[in-house]
Ligand binder design. Sequence first.
Ligand code: ZN
Length: 168
Amino acid sequence: MGSPNRVYVPSVLEADGNAIGMGCFSTEQIAWEVMKTFLGKSEQMNLEQATIVAWDVDVVGEEAMTVLTKLEGKICPVCQRRTFWVDLEHLSALCYGSQCSAWIEQSTVDPEIIDCGWPPLRFLKQVKEIEEAYNELRTIGADVLASVEEHPETATQQLYESTYQTND
Ligand SMILES: [Zn+2]
């Protein structure tokens, strides 16, 4: 087996500017898996940015580097944890937090339409503006929180317990 010509490097940037590397990998797919696992725990850190960069081996300078993905960390409109990662270039966002997976994505059928959803309730809605999508998800978040308060035995209770514990 020869050495790879290209390596894939996932990394995150903390709010104070400190970069955390996760290693370098032989395929983009493995790099993604490593980063997804890491971002699932991002509520415990104050992260601002996550990237996957491809580096060509034995090439000098900036030409060796290709940014494949650049995500920005936001507060999730549903679970309120800092696990909502937004790809500004491709207009898509996903919460990597456990038991959430809230998402926003530009429709593949009609680029004028934005889809958003929350899998635990099988909620799915199509809207016209990104801000509308955030509002829909915020409404879901408020509804879920209210139902947890009314019916403490629901499955979503665990989600909110974990949320408030990590915020302490
Ligand atoms: Zn979430």
